[in-house]
Write a protein that binds this ligand. Sequence first.
Ligand SMILES: [Zn+2]
Length: 80
Amino acid sequence: MEVSKVVAALNTKGIRSICPFCGTNDWNVSEHLCAAVRIDEKGNTLLGTGPLIPMIQLVCKHCGYVAHFNPILLGLMQSN
Ligand SMILES: [Zn+2]
């Protein structure tokens, strides 16, 4: 996913870019989407149990805090 489009979408939504933990404003925006893997109550991985929530990953370059945004809600991806 094009980083400039992600940044533009976040700005359009009025997302504040100050890190909530360290107060800096310096992020690494990944061009690759990611998703959390589902697990059961015993910690076993559940594969093939339905669609995963796509996420855009931002990492604070100062403290390492990781933030995720749903690209569908940012208008960057179609839901299926
Ligand atoms: Zn931070």
